[in-house]
Design a protein around this ligand. Structure first.
Ligand SMILES: [Zn+2]
Length: 515
């Protein structure tokens, strides 16, 4: 990403007092004002501004690339238009240009991928599929394999087929990214975004409680269901693979608790209320999608299932009852609920791909907002889901290394290593990214950016940091963002919200984790 625009913005804000309201010439000389309330005009003007950026201008001279606007958002006083890149008509995953317009002026984010690529795949879709079939069997596809481009951060790019698998009785739905020239699987991205707990004891750590802000918006309706044999199917390990809430036992409908609600159902209902209220009150967001969509929760999913997840396919949240040995019901922790439903927010905003560093960012944002939502005075995730009241939780944003993560060392030996708190401790990424390596360590490496979020909250206060992190996640990030991109995006968003001195502290927090 180019930071020239941001650097000039920060330099300008440092040298002069901010002008009131919109002040483009003050921050960004060459850009026209775009205060139009007419969406078509705004779009046209944002496009002109993009083309005024020399690097994007040069990019657009290459007629193999086309940019089309995908999303326009309002929030935190910043309007964002995202432009998706196609190359010879093929979607380039995560390659985007972003146009932001906020109190401090116009900003451009150039996350466009530059590469040369022959777009004729060696394998046709059916050949690629038959190679993949050896591994996935006769699983039903959600749609035909789609030829796309996966750019790499080293400047290369690869032709891939994105193959979407439907959920089955034994496995949740998933997206396979398969090399279109070799048929090799690069990643298998589950549609269940889990919290994936690990177990080990360390003492919790504290932070000051934050006062709630007065309500701004109505909250979405909440449904809670209890899973039963009719409405869910399980794999051989007892993991839930598909759920049909309408066939489950209704415990709450349209925000009304029913007589059938048991302890887990009641707790899930309260959790959903906390999450919905948090997003409405603090961020003016109506439900995970900002469209007021009902929050559907299913409790008792799986059999002795020690996990919770957000299902990106059905847009529902599932809670396991725990294994009964180490883990109790996952409904007991509001931070777990906040984590999962924040995955819902991410799935319709930044759409961070659940592999490698982009996946670790996805997990980190879920943990951060999980703690903001539970507001329980510490930075430890999921303490309450453990049967042992002294358990240390599943991740610790303040002191990541105090918790050991289970790193698979083969079938017979389980190796444990501390969660990383800086780049020098990052777990190396080795494809394919699948369930055998936590999809290239999405949960394990998440503590690097989530620790930066903790340090940011310490430096500028929890209220400021949640505002900044929300704006970054919903408007400034692109699906393939890596940690460095997230740092840059955060500083850009910061320039819209806070004075240069505050953003300097944010920069310090990221620099402390090696970014
Ligand atoms: Zn997660």
């Amino acid at each position: 990403m180019t930071l020239s625009v941001l650097s000039s913005a920060l330099a300008s804000s440092a040298s002069a007092a901010p002008a009131p309201g919109f002040s483009y010439p003050f921050v960004f000389g060459p850009f026209p004002k775009i205060l139009s309330s007419n969406p078509a005009e705004t779009l046209a003007q944002s496009r002109q501004n993009l083309e005024a950026d020399p690097e994007i201008h040069a990019f657009l001279q290459d007629v193999r690339h086309q940019l089309s606007p995908t999303q326009s958002q309002d929030g935190s006083g910043v309007r964002t238009v995202k432009y998706q890149d196609t190359y010879h008509g093929l979607e380039v995953l995560g390659s985007m240009a972003l146009h932001h317009e906020g109190p401090e002026g116009v900003q451009i984010t150039d996350a466009l991928s530059r590469f040369d690529l022959d777009v004729t795949p060696r394998l046709d879709p059916s050949e690629a599929l038959s190679l993949v079939r050896a591994r996935i069997g006769d699983r039903e596809l959600q749609s035909v394999p789609e030829l796309k481009i996966l750019p790499r951060h080293d400047g290369s790019a690869e032709l891939i087929y994105q193959i979407s698998l439907k959920s089955t009785a034994t496995a949740p739905g998933a997206d396979l990214l398969v090399a279109a020239n070799t048929g090799e699987t690069i990643a298998e991205l589950s549609h269940h975004w889990e919290i994936e707990p690990e177990m080990d004891p360390t003492p919790p750590t504290g932070r000051a409680k934050r006062k709630p802000v007065s309500p701004k918006l109505a909250v979405p309706l909440i449904d809670v269901y209890g899973a039963n044999a009719k409405c869910q199917s399980l794999d051989e390990e007892g993991f839930p693979s598909s759920i049909q809430p309408s066939l489950c036992t209704a415990m709450a409908k349209s925000s009304q608790l029913k007589a059938a609600a048991d302890e887990a159902g009641t707790q899930a209902f309260k959790n959903a209320q906390s999450v919905a209220t948090y997003y409405a009150q603090i961020h003016g967001r109506n439900s995970f999608d900002n469209k007021g969509t009902r929050l559907v929760n299913v409790v008792h999913v799986g059999k002795e299932f020690a996990n919770a997840f957000w299902d990106t396919e059905d847009q529902i949240m599932g809670y396991g009852d725990g294994d009964g040995v180490h883990f109790a019901s996952f409904t007991r922790a509001a931070d777990v609920a906040g984590h999962e439903m924040t995955h819902g927010v991410t799935s319709v905003t930044a759409k961070l791909m659940m592999m490698g560093e982009s996946g670790a960012l996805n997990e980190a944002y879920s943990d951060f907002f999980g703690k903001m939502i539970s507001n329980d005075g510490d930075w430890v995730m999921g303490k309450k889901i453990f049967k042992d009241p002294n358990a240390q939780g599943i991740r610790n944003l303040k002191d990541p290394g105090s918790i050991l993560a289970r790193v698979s060392g083969g079938k017979d030996k389980v190796t444990k290593k501390p969660y990383p708190s800086k780049m020098s401790e990052e777990f190396p990424i080795q494809e394919p990214c699948d369930s055998s390596n936590d999809r290239c360590w999405v949960h394990l490496n998440s503590t690097i950016p989530s620790h930066a979020s903790y340090l940011t909250a310490v430096a500028i206060g929890a209220e400021n940091s949640e505002k900044l992190t929300y704006l970054t996640l919903t408007q400034y990030l692109t699906p393939a963002a890596n940690f460095k991109d997230a740092r840059d995006a955060t500083l850009k968003a910061c320039a819209q919200l806070f004075a240069a001195a505050t953003c300097k502290k944010v920069e310090g927090a990221w620099s402390a984790v090696g970014l």
